[in-house]
Design a protein around this ligand. Sequence first.
Ligand SMILES: NC(=O)c1ccc[n+]([C@@H]2O[C@H](COP(=O)([O-])OP(=O)(O)OC[C@H]3O[C@@H](n4cnc5c(N)ncnc54)[C@H](O)[C@@H]3O)[C@@H](O)[C@H]2O)c1
Length: 285
Amino acid sequence: MADAAGIDAVSDPPKPADPSPSGGAATLSPREAAALPAPATTGRFDGRVVVITGGGAGIGAGTARRFVAEGARVAVMDLAVDEIAPALSAGLARQGDCTDAEALARFLADVDARLGPVDVLFNNVGQSARERGGPFVESQESTWRFVLEVSLLSAMRASRLVAPGMQARGRGRIVNMSSDAAFVGDAGLADYAAAKMGVVGFTRALARELAPHGVTVNAVCPGAIRTRAHDTLSPEVLARIRAGTPAGFVGEVEDVAALVAFLASDEARFITGQTLLVDGGRWMV
Ligand SMILES: NC(=O)c1ccc[n+]([C@@H]2O[C@H](COP(=O)([O-])OP(=O)(O)OC[C@H]3O[C@@H](n4cnc5c(N)ncnc54)[C@H](O)[C@@H]3O)[C@@H](O)[C@H]2O)c1
Protein backbone atom coordinates (compact mmCIF):
# COMPACT_ATOMS: atom_id res chain seq x y z
CA MET A 1 0.00 0.00 0.00
CA ALA A 2 1.35 3.41 -0.86
CA ASP A 3 0.26 6.79 0.42
CA ALA A 4 0.08 9.89 -1.74
CA ALA A 5 3.86 10.30 -1.68
CA GLY A 6 4.36 6.75 -2.97
CA ILE A 7 5.72 5.55 0.35
CA ASP A 8 4.63 2.15 1.57
CA ALA A 9 2.90 1.94 4.89
CA VAL A 10 5.45 1.21 7.59
CA SER A 11 4.49 -1.63 9.87
CA ASP A 12 7.56 -1.72 12.08
CA PRO A 13 7.14 -0.61 15.68
CA PRO A 14 8.96 2.62 16.49
CA LYS A 15 12.64 2.06 17.14
CA PRO A 16 14.19 3.01 20.49
CA ALA A 17 15.77 6.44 20.49
CA ASP A 18 19.37 6.56 19.30
CA PRO A 19 21.42 6.67 22.51
CA SER A 20 23.65 9.27 20.86
CA PRO A 21 21.44 11.43 18.65
CA SER A 22 24.26 13.86 18.03
CA GLY A 23 26.14 11.00 16.41
CA GLY A 24 28.70 10.65 19.16
CA ALA A 25 29.84 14.24 18.66
CA ALA A 26 31.54 14.25 22.05
CA THR A 27 33.98 11.61 20.86
CA LEU A 28 34.89 13.27 17.57
CA SER A 29 38.49 14.10 16.80
CA PRO A 30 39.08 17.64 15.46
CA ARG A 31 39.22 16.34 11.88
CA GLU A 32 36.01 14.40 12.30
CA ALA A 33 34.31 17.48 13.71
CA ALA A 34 35.46 19.67 10.81
CA ALA A 35 32.74 20.44 8.30
CA LEU A 36 32.36 17.94 5.45
CA PRO A 37 32.76 19.42 2.00
CA ALA A 38 29.39 20.30 0.51
CA PRO A 39 28.16 17.52 -1.80
CA ALA A 40 27.55 18.30 -5.46
CA THR A 41 23.90 18.92 -6.23
CA THR A 42 24.19 18.99 -9.97
CA GLY A 43 21.11 17.04 -10.93
CA ARG A 44 23.36 14.25 -12.22
CA PHE A 45 20.59 11.75 -11.53
CA ASP A 46 17.55 13.73 -12.63
CA GLY A 47 14.82 11.25 -13.53
CA ARG A 48 16.98 8.22 -12.72
CA VAL A 49 15.67 5.36 -10.61
CA VAL A 50 18.01 4.19 -7.86
CA VAL A 51 17.45 1.11 -5.67
CA ILE A 52 19.26 0.78 -2.35
CA THR A 53 19.03 -2.33 -0.19
CA GLY A 54 19.39 -1.77 3.54
CA GLY A 55 18.92 1.95 2.96
CA GLY A 56 16.92 2.66 6.09
CA ALA A 57 19.90 3.77 8.18
CA GLY A 58 23.66 4.20 8.10
CA ILE A 59 25.56 4.25 4.83
CA GLY A 60 22.54 3.18 2.77
CA ALA A 61 20.42 6.03 4.13
CA GLY A 62 23.22 8.55 3.63
CA THR A 63 23.57 7.39 0.04
CA ALA A 64 19.80 7.55 -0.50
CA ARG A 65 19.82 11.18 0.66
CA ARG A 66 22.69 11.95 -1.67
CA PHE A 67 20.90 10.49 -4.69
CA VAL A 68 17.68 12.33 -3.81
CA ALA A 69 19.65 15.59 -3.54
CA GLU A 70 21.00 14.94 -7.02
CA GLY A 71 17.58 14.42 -8.56
CA ALA A 72 17.01 10.65 -8.40
CA ARG A 73 13.87 8.80 -7.44
CA VAL A 74 15.12 6.42 -4.79
CA ALA A 75 13.61 3.13 -3.66
CA VAL A 76 14.78 1.59 -0.40
CA MET A 77 14.13 -1.82 1.13
CA ASP A 78 15.01 -2.21 4.79
CA LEU A 79 13.85 -3.95 7.93
CA ALA A 80 12.90 -0.46 9.15
CA VAL A 81 12.11 2.48 6.86
CA ASP A 82 10.46 4.93 9.25
CA GLU A 83 13.52 7.20 9.39
CA ILE A 84 14.31 7.31 5.67
CA ALA A 85 10.77 7.33 4.25
CA PRO A 86 10.19 11.10 4.63
CA ALA A 87 13.41 11.81 2.71
CA LEU A 88 12.30 9.80 -0.35
CA SER A 89 9.63 12.21 -1.53
CA ALA A 90 9.12 10.81 -5.03
CA GLY A 91 10.47 7.40 -4.20
CA LEU A 92 9.48 4.21 -2.48
CA ALA A 93 10.24 2.88 0.99
CA ARG A 94 9.55 -0.81 1.51
CA GLN A 95 9.76 -2.42 4.91
CA GLY A 96 11.07 -5.95 4.42
CA ASP A 97 13.90 -8.42 4.73
CA CYS A 98 16.32 -8.34 1.78
CA THR A 99 17.26 -11.99 2.41
CA ASP A 100 13.67 -13.00 1.65
CA ALA A 101 14.02 -13.78 -2.06
CA GLU A 102 10.32 -13.48 -2.79
CA ALA A 103 9.92 -10.19 -0.93
CA LEU A 104 12.97 -8.81 -2.73
CA ALA A 105 11.55 -9.82 -6.10
CA ARG A 106 8.17 -8.24 -5.25
CA PHE A 107 9.91 -5.03 -4.20
CA LEU A 108 11.89 -4.80 -7.44
CA ALA A 109 8.78 -5.52 -9.50
CA ASP A 110 6.95 -2.73 -7.63
CA VAL A 111 9.83 -0.32 -8.24
CA ASP A 112 9.61 -1.06 -11.96
CA ALA A 113 5.83 -0.60 -11.98
CA ARG A 114 5.73 2.59 -9.89
CA LEU A 115 8.99 4.39 -10.65
CA GLY A 116 10.19 2.80 -13.89
CA PRO A 117 13.20 0.68 -14.87
CA VAL A 118 16.10 0.60 -12.43
CA ASP A 119 19.08 2.69 -13.55
CA VAL A 120 21.23 2.16 -10.46
CA LEU A 121 21.29 -0.74 -8.01
CA PHE A 122 23.28 -0.24 -4.81
CA ASN A 123 23.56 -3.62 -3.08
CA ASN A 124 24.35 -2.11 0.30
CA VAL A 125 22.71 -4.46 2.77
CA GLY A 126 25.08 -6.51 4.90
CA GLN A 127 25.80 -7.44 8.46
CA SER A 128 28.79 -8.77 10.27
CA ALA A 129 26.84 -10.59 13.02
CA ARG A 130 29.52 -8.93 15.14
CA GLU A 131 27.62 -9.74 18.28
CA ARG A 132 28.01 -13.41 17.35
CA GLY A 133 31.62 -12.98 16.24
CA GLY A 134 34.53 -14.79 17.87
CA PRO A 135 37.19 -17.39 17.15
CA PHE A 136 36.50 -19.18 13.87
CA VAL A 137 37.03 -22.60 15.43
CA GLU A 138 34.11 -21.91 17.76
CA SER A 139 31.86 -20.40 15.10
CA GLN A 140 28.51 -21.83 14.09
CA GLU A 141 27.56 -22.74 10.55
CA SER A 142 24.19 -21.04 11.08
CA THR A 143 26.04 -17.74 11.62
CA TRP A 144 28.08 -18.22 8.43
CA ARG A 145 24.88 -18.80 6.50
CA PHE A 146 23.26 -15.70 8.02
CA VAL A 147 26.24 -13.52 7.08
CA LEU A 148 26.49 -14.96 3.56
CA GLU A 149 22.75 -14.55 2.96
CA VAL A 150 22.62 -10.90 3.99
CA SER A 151 25.99 -9.75 2.68
CA LEU A 152 26.45 -11.75 -0.53
CA LEU A 153 23.44 -13.74 -1.73
CA SER A 154 21.01 -10.83 -1.46
CA ALA A 155 23.30 -8.82 -3.77
CA MET A 156 23.45 -11.70 -6.25
CA ARG A 157 19.67 -12.11 -6.26
CA ALA A 158 18.96 -8.40 -6.71
CA SER A 159 21.55 -8.17 -9.49
CA ARG A 160 20.05 -11.14 -11.34
CA LEU A 161 16.66 -9.43 -11.21
CA VAL A 162 17.73 -6.01 -12.52
CA ALA A 163 20.57 -6.96 -14.90
CA PRO A 164 18.38 -8.24 -17.77
CA GLY A 165 16.57 -4.89 -18.01
CA MET A 166 19.84 -2.97 -17.86
CA GLN A 167 21.30 -5.19 -20.58
CA ALA A 168 18.26 -4.67 -22.78
CA ARG A 169 18.42 -0.88 -22.36
CA GLY A 170 22.19 -0.84 -22.91
CA ARG A 171 22.96 1.07 -19.72
CA GLY A 172 23.01 0.59 -15.98
CA ARG A 173 25.09 0.79 -12.86
CA ILE A 174 25.50 -1.80 -10.12
CA VAL A 175 27.51 -0.91 -7.02
CA ASN A 176 28.14 -3.66 -4.47
CA MET A 177 28.99 -3.12 -0.82
CA SER A 178 32.11 -4.94 0.30
CA SER A 179 34.39 -3.89 3.17
CA ASP A 180 38.05 -3.33 3.81
CA ALA A 181 37.61 -6.19 6.29
CA ALA A 182 37.72 -8.45 3.21
CA PHE A 183 41.35 -7.38 2.66
CA VAL A 184 42.48 -6.81 6.22
CA GLY A 185 40.80 -10.00 7.45
CA ASP A 186 39.72 -8.84 10.88
CA ALA A 187 40.13 -11.63 13.44
CA GLY A 188 36.83 -12.90 14.80
CA LEU A 189 34.95 -12.04 11.62
CA ALA A 190 36.02 -14.81 9.24
CA ASP A 191 32.52 -15.32 7.86
CA TYR A 192 32.14 -11.57 7.23
CA ALA A 193 35.54 -11.38 5.49
CA ALA A 194 34.61 -14.39 3.35
CA ALA A 195 31.26 -12.87 2.36
CA LYS A 196 32.77 -9.48 1.58
CA MET A 197 35.58 -11.01 -0.49
CA GLY A 198 32.88 -13.03 -2.22
CA VAL A 199 31.32 -9.71 -3.18
CA VAL A 200 34.62 -8.70 -4.81
CA GLY A 201 34.78 -11.87 -6.94
CA PHE A 202 31.11 -11.59 -7.85
CA THR A 203 31.64 -7.96 -8.88
CA ARG A 204 34.49 -8.86 -11.24
CA ALA A 205 32.70 -11.76 -12.92
CA LEU A 206 29.46 -9.85 -13.38
CA ALA A 207 31.35 -6.79 -14.64
CA ARG A 208 32.86 -8.88 -17.45
CA GLU A 209 29.47 -10.26 -18.42
CA LEU A 210 27.70 -6.91 -18.43
CA ALA A 211 30.42 -4.59 -19.80
CA PRO A 212 29.55 -5.29 -23.45
CA HIS A 213 26.00 -4.15 -22.67
CA GLY A 214 26.92 -0.73 -21.26
CA VAL A 215 26.43 -1.82 -17.65
CA THR A 216 29.18 -1.29 -15.08
CA VAL A 217 29.59 -3.25 -11.85
CA ASN A 218 31.91 -2.05 -9.09
CA ALA A 219 32.46 -2.67 -5.39
CA VAL A 220 33.11 -0.21 -2.58
CA CYS A 221 35.01 -1.14 0.57
CA PRO A 222 34.54 1.24 3.48
CA GLY A 223 36.80 1.18 6.48
CA ALA A 224 35.57 2.51 9.79
CA ILE A 225 32.53 4.67 9.06
CA ARG A 226 30.63 6.46 11.81
CA THR A 227 27.25 4.74 11.90
CA ARG A 228 25.21 3.84 14.95
CA ALA A 229 27.39 0.83 15.73
CA HIS A 230 30.40 3.13 16.02
CA ASP A 231 28.60 5.46 18.41
CA THR A 232 28.50 2.63 20.93
CA LEU A 233 32.28 2.04 20.84
CA SER A 234 34.39 2.99 23.83
CA PRO A 235 36.92 5.84 23.53
CA GLU A 236 39.71 3.24 23.76
CA VAL A 237 38.39 1.25 20.81
CA LEU A 238 37.85 4.43 18.80
CA ALA A 239 41.41 5.51 19.55
CA ARG A 240 42.67 2.12 18.30
CA ILE A 241 40.64 2.45 15.09
CA ARG A 242 41.98 5.95 14.44
CA ALA A 243 45.53 4.82 15.14
CA GLY A 244 45.16 2.05 12.54
CA THR A 245 43.85 4.50 9.93
CA PRO A 246 46.56 6.61 8.25
CA ALA A 247 44.11 9.49 7.78
CA GLY A 248 43.66 9.42 11.55
CA PHE A 249 39.90 9.72 11.65
CA VAL A 250 36.73 7.71 11.25
CA GLY A 251 34.83 8.36 8.02
CA GLU A 252 31.26 9.57 7.60
CA VAL A 253 28.48 7.98 5.59
CA GLU A 254 28.83 10.92 3.18
CA ASP A 255 32.37 9.77 2.35
CA VAL A 256 30.96 6.49 1.03
CA ALA A 257 27.92 8.12 -0.57
CA ALA A 258 30.16 10.39 -2.64
CA LEU A 259 32.04 7.39 -4.06
CA VAL A 260 28.86 5.40 -4.78
CA ALA A 261 27.32 8.41 -6.54
CA PHE A 262 30.42 8.86 -8.69
CA LEU A 263 30.47 5.17 -9.68
CA ALA A 264 26.76 5.42 -10.51
CA SER A 265 27.23 8.53 -12.64
CA ASP A 266 27.63 8.74 -16.41
CA GLU A 267 31.19 9.96 -15.91
CA ALA A 268 32.23 6.57 -14.54
CA ARG A 269 31.37 4.74 -17.77
CA PHE A 270 34.93 3.39 -18.22
CA ILE A 271 35.29 2.04 -14.69
CA THR A 272 34.05 -1.50 -14.15
CA GLY A 273 34.98 -4.58 -12.16
CA GLN A 274 36.86 -2.41 -9.71
CA THR A 275 37.02 -2.54 -5.94
CA LEU A 276 37.52 0.88 -4.40
CA LEU A 277 38.49 1.36 -0.80
CA VAL A 278 37.19 4.34 1.12
CA ASP A 279 38.96 3.78 4.40
CA GLY A 280 41.43 6.58 5.06
CA GLY A 281 44.27 4.39 3.81
CA ARG A 282 43.86 1.42 6.18
CA TRP A 283 44.42 -0.90 3.21
CA MET A 284 46.09 0.11 -0.03
CA VAL A 285 45.84 -1.90 -3.25
N1 LIG B 1 29.89 1.16 9.04
C1 LIG B 1 31.05 0.64 8.70
O1 LIG B 1 32.08 0.95 9.32
C2 LIG B 1 31.15 -0.32 7.53
C3 LIG B 1 32.42 -0.66 7.07
C4 LIG B 1 32.54 -1.53 5.98
C5 LIG B 1 31.42 -2.03 5.37
N2 LIG B 1 30.17 -1.71 5.85
C6 LIG B 1 29.02 -2.28 5.16
O2 LIG B 1 28.13 -1.25 4.82
C7 LIG B 1 26.80 -1.77 4.78
C8 LIG B 1 25.90 -0.89 5.61
O3 LIG B 1 26.40 -0.89 6.93
P1 LIG B 1 26.07 0.29 7.97
O4 LIG B 1 27.29 0.47 8.78
O5 LIG B 1 25.46 1.42 7.28
O6 LIG B 1 25.02 -0.48 8.89
P2 LIG B 1 23.78 0.09 9.73
O7 LIG B 1 23.53 -0.96 10.75
O8 LIG B 1 24.01 1.49 10.15
O9 LIG B 1 22.61 0.06 8.65
C9 LIG B 1 22.29 -1.14 8.05
C10 LIG B 1 20.86 -1.10 7.58
O10 LIG B 1 20.60 -2.35 6.95
C11 LIG B 1 19.35 -2.82 7.44
N3 LIG B 1 19.32 -4.27 7.34
C12 LIG B 1 20.10 -5.15 7.98
N4 LIG B 1 19.75 -6.41 7.64
C13 LIG B 1 18.74 -6.30 6.75
C14 LIG B 1 17.96 -7.22 6.02
N5 LIG B 1 18.15 -8.53 6.13
N6 LIG B 1 17.00 -6.75 5.19
C15 LIG B 1 16.78 -5.43 5.06
N7 LIG B 1 17.49 -4.50 5.73
C16 LIG B 1 18.46 -4.94 6.56
C17 LIG B 1 19.26 -2.32 8.86
O11 LIG B 1 17.90 -2.30 9.29
C18 LIG B 1 19.88 -0.93 8.73
O12 LIG B 1 18.93 0.05 8.40
C19 LIG B 1 26.89 -3.21 5.23
O13 LIG B 1 26.94 -4.06 4.11
C20 LIG B 1 28.20 -3.25 6.00
O14 LIG B 1 28.76 -4.54 6.02
C21 LIG B 1 30.02 -0.86 6.91
